[in-house]
Design a binder for this molecule. Structure first.
Ligand code: SF4
Length: 322
């Protein structure tokens, strides 16, 4: 198999800009995503990490065709999904699914969860009316839901169980790619671990590929093979999980990692406090977008924007010091 066949999703120079109201008459352009590129190998998982407002959710929604791109390409199995007509995209949609932070928003409170999971199977003709129940029970079992849950309504479930229902709906169509957007951030820590284990099983045993979006590096550490860190619409660092955790090169990544609590005192990193807040993406700083918060800022950083450079070990970093 050549390397291109091994790539399920390739995002090239993706940009998504929104027009926003400014003052009474003015409008400004919010560059929510600005020149983002990455690949995900079939059966692997990429974690996309950053603070709220970094553009990571916009990347996820644009990858799925839920936002139209401003520029760039999203190649799924080498097909540019933004070049497809609506009907062609509808045919392709079962192959990539979204898992939300709050599955309640996508569940009709008056529809039994078994029927909700089976809806997509019937709509996309993946099951006949007489065998849809068996197929639903099968995915419910994979997701740790009991047969008696089939006839219950969404409000009868806990947060963790509702996330299992959301995942069951997503995997019922046997997608190749799941984009999971903050899927555990609303859950208790013990339930988070159960849901992350479920994602790991799906990756291991069903071969599902993941784009896993989170504000929390500690969460993606358990599931992801590679990690991309976003800041103000751009990727500032991308590497394998091992490289990123052992040798973070960008000052922003170093700050995020230093905030992760570590039980073993010998392994603890010294805490780096990130100054201030992420600036408004409608009015990004000159030069390096991170410079107002960076402890290593120089005159060059204020004037010249660093490129995302690939280092000899494959690590990609957007910083003049790398
Ligand atoms: Fe900090 Fe300069 Fe590197 Fe930006 S380019 S992260 S301001 S050192």
């Amino acid at each position: 198999m050549n390397q291109n066949q091994d790539i399920l999703l390739e995002v090239r120079n993706l940009a998504k800009h929104f027009s926003a109201r400014e003052g009474v008459f003015g409008r400004s352009i919010v560059r929510a995503v600005d020149g983002v590129s990455f690949c995900i190998r079939r059966g692997s998982s990429l974690g996309l990490v950053g603070e709220s407002g970094s553009g990571k959710t916009t990347v996820g929604r644009t990858v799925l065709g839920l936002h139209r791109r401003t520029a760039g390409e999203v190649l799924f199995n080498n097909i540019d999904i933004h070049a497809l007509k609506a009907e062609q995209l509808r045919t392709l949609r079962p192959h990539f699914q979204l898992v939300f932070q709050d599955p309640m928003g996508s569940l009709n409170p008056r529809v039994r969860v078994g029927d909700a999971i089976g809806e997509a199977l019937l709509e996309h003709k993946r099951a006949r009316a007489d065998d849809v129940r068996d197929k639903v029970l099968e995915v419910m079992q994979i997701c740790g839901l009991a047969p008696e849950h089939y006839a219950r309504y969404p409000h009868e479930f806990s947060g963790g169980q509702r996330q299992r229902i959301g995942i069951a709906r997503a995997i019922a169509l046997k997608p190749e790619l799941i984009v999971a957007d903050e899927p555990v951030s609303a859950l208790d820590v013990s339930i988070q671990a159960q849901i992350i284990n479920l994602f790991s099983d799906l990756k291991e045993h069903q071969g599902v590929t993941f784009l896993f979006i989170s504000h929390d590096l500690a969460v993606v550490e358990h599931l992801c093979d590679d990690i991309a860190v976003m800041y103000l619409g751009q990727i500032v660092e991308m590497a394998s999980k091992e490289q990123l955790f052992s040798q973070p090169r960008h000052p922003y990544t170093q700050g995020l990692l230093s905030a992760i609590p570590i039980a073993d005192p010998d392994q603890r990193r010294s805490r780096i406090i990130l100054k201030g807040e992420q600036p408004n993406p409608a009015n990004p700083p000159t030069g390096c977008r991170f410079h107002p918060r960076c402890s290593f800022v120089s005159e060059k950083c204020v004037k010249t924007a660093p490129e995302l450079r690939t280092l000899p070990d494959g690590h990609q970093v957007r910083c003049h010091l790398a």
